[in-house]
Design a protein around this ligand. Structure first.
Ligand code: ARG
Length: 589
């Protein structure tokens, strides 16, 4: 299907060519077209251009208007104020444009990017043998949406789940498990959810017991430390026991991702351990090139602008003085892998803003080493903290970090209550299914509807509210449209470009047309919140359309069909947009 040129693009093209004819030195200047309250669009670019060319802005604007052929697309164009242009689109062009989008069911006429590249995105990276918390939720939810957005624009996307599966803490766990070999045994679990829960409780119990022994028993401590050395040396038996922890943890991770209604593939899980073979070489390359230097036995990279509280330089430590490699060595090796083996043109890291200094140092080191250059962009999509209702970082009453699963379960429970409350003809099974789609959608939407870097309050009451900027509101708008389409029965949606449109129809239609631009912006800026804001406005415009314009009881049969068509194209846009946020749109609610 051919991509559809948006109305704003066609107006823009017409304005730009009229502008360059009227003022050749303006070249291909941007007329700065915006949606406007006064007309459909307003162009604000002429003022600055006239100023630059020492021309009178109103005169220039008048000349541009004279060169615009009004007709099919532009119904009306006039100069306003000191030299703005107000532009009104013809009703016919609006409906024809939407009809072209409607005909392209898969993409709604949204073009793919002109020069797609390869993005490696690092997101959804929990830690082995540890409970997942709200920080992991943010990375997973934001990352998943950015993946969907980028893939939709034609980008090749490689997903990397950089799980924490390596490090000294495993010595203690491995030793303990070898001494208590049945600690990770499973009862026959009914499904993924049950075995995931069991896995986490096994790991938790084992972790606590191992910790206790480690702190109390010197001999165990010595045995545990030896296992760290064995692990790093690649001793097969030690690795096999380590693998049990990874497998057990994955059972748990997959159960949480399933609950989150998110597809995470095993082959994309390349944790810290996956770069183990590269670490020595990474250090050697850095030391040989002089990017890193030995300081008190450790291999360090120094930066002019990064200082500690006392003003002394804070280095990035690539290798500790005892020879051990840490988080930085792994991330630097991962960059080499992603750039040279995976051929990335962009690297994205969806990671907590509290790790920003780490990434700043890692990226700068990689630049100095020549692993990153102008051809490869590295970007930390940093996210803020999830806060409790009291505005402080989210904790349980006992001051412990909140378990992600508990939160999700509660969201689903609340959402099910809302669904049940409104349900007219839903079975128990349907209520459970919708409850999950609404509850998980609510959690995702709350996260995605503010810009990632900002902190937000985790407030379930607000999240599952039917009014306001929530996914539930959007899902209900979608379901309401489906119910109208069902009620229409034999009457099918059909575009009638010859009809005159009401104001609410025009506003809705113009907004539907802006979907393509919104997706492009949200994808290039890695900003799902822009798409969320667009969808919320779409649902609001649909609500006013629905309030003002009777659909099934419209005046003429043609008008009924045309309004059904507006309903359906809105629904498809909502559905596609929500899918890009990772949120379901149930047909009935
Ligand atoms: N596992 C880490 C954590 O839980 C996040 C990993 C982020 N990715 C990376 N390449 N360092 O904080």
């Amino acid at each position: 299907m051919a991509p559809v040129t948006s109305l704003s693009d066609s107006v823009n093209q017409r304005l730009a060519s009229a502008l360059s004819a009227a003022l050749p030195e303006a070249g291909s200047a941007d007329p700065l077209l915006r949606r406007s309250d006064r007309a459909d669009f307003q162009a604000n670019g002429i003022l600055a251009l006239a100023k630059k060319a020492k021309a009178n802005p109103r005169e220039l604007a008048t000349e541009v208007v004279a060169r615009i052929e009004s007709g099919e697309v532009i119904k009306d164009i006039e100069v306003s104020g000191p030299g703005f242009l107000n532009i009104t689109i013809s009703d016919k062009a609006i409906i024809e444009n939407l009809a072209a989008r409607y005909a392209d069911a898969a993409r709604l006429g949204v073009p793919v990017a002109e020069h797609p590249g390869t993005t490696v995105i690092d997101y959804a990276q929990p830690n082995v043998a540890k409970e997942m918390h709200v920080g992991h939720l943010r990375s997973a939810v934001i990352g998943d949406s950015v993946v969907q957005l980028l893939e939709f624009t034609g980008e090749t996307v490689v997903r990397r789940h950089h799980i924490g599966d390596w490090g000294t803490q495993f010595g203690m766990l491995i030793q303990y498990l070898d001494e208590h070999p049945h600690e990770l045994d499973h009862k026959a679990a009914a499904d993924l959810q049950a075995s995931g829960e069991e896995a986490m409780s096994n790991l938790d119990r084992l972790y606590k017991a191992a910790r206790k022994l480690f702190d109390a028993d010197e001999e165990f401590k010595t045995r545990a430390r030896r296992r760290v050395v064995d692990l790093q040396a690649g001793d097969p038996h030690t690795l096999a026991t380590w693998q049990k922890f990874v497998d057990e943890s994955k059972l748990y991770f997959f159960s949480v991702f399933e609950k989150l209604d998110m597809e995470i593939r095993d082959e994309d899980i390349v944790g810290e351990s996956g770069y183990n073979d590269m670490l020595a070489e990474t250090c050697r390359l850095l030391e040989e090139s002089g990017v890193a230097v030995r300081s008190e036995g450790a291999l360090c990279v120094f930066f002019d602008d990064i200082k500690g509280p006392e003003g002394n330089p804070v280095p990035l430590i690539v290798q500790k003085s005892d020879g051990g490699y840490g988080y930085a060595a792994t991330d630097l090796s991962a960059i080499r892998d992603r750039v040279f083996n995976l051929k990335a043109s962009s690297l994205i890291y969806v990671v907590d803003a509290r790790q920003s200094l780490h990434f700043k140092m890692v990226f700068e080191t990689a630049r100095r080493a020549g692993w990153l250059n102008e051809d490869v962009k590295a970007y930390q999509l940093a996210f803020g903290t999830v806060l409790g209702k009291d505005g402080k970082p989210f904790k349980t009453r006992e001051g412990e970090t909140v378990k992600l699963v508990d939160l999700l379960d509660e969201a689903v429970e609340r959402a099910s209550a809302v669904v049940r409350d409104k349900a007219q003809d839903l079975s128990e099974e349907e209520i459970a299914e919708r409850g999950a789609q609404v509850g998980i959608g609510a959690v995702k939407y709350a996260d995605l509807s503010t810009s990632a870097i900002r902190d937000y309050k985790f407030d379930l009451d607000q999240m599952v509210s039917l009014n306001g900027d929530t996914s539930v509101y959007l899902q209900y708008a979608y379901a309401r449209i489906q119910s109208i389409l069902r009620k229409a029965g034999e009457v099918r949606p059909s575009a009638h470009p010859e009809l005159e449109l009401a104001e609410a129809e025009r506003a809705l239609g113009l907004h539907v047309d802006a979907f393509a631009e919104t997706v492009a912006d949200a994808a290039t800026e890695y900003a799902p919140h822009k798409l969320a804001a667009y969808l919320y406005q779409l649902a609001s415009l649909y609500t006013s359309f629905y309030d003002k314009c009777p659909v099934l009881k419209a005046e003429t049969p043609d008008q009924v069909e045309n309004r059904l068509f507006l309903c359906d194209v809105t629904a498809r846009t909502l559905h596609q947009g929500m899918a890009l946020l990772g949120i379901r749109t149930p047909e009935r609610l």
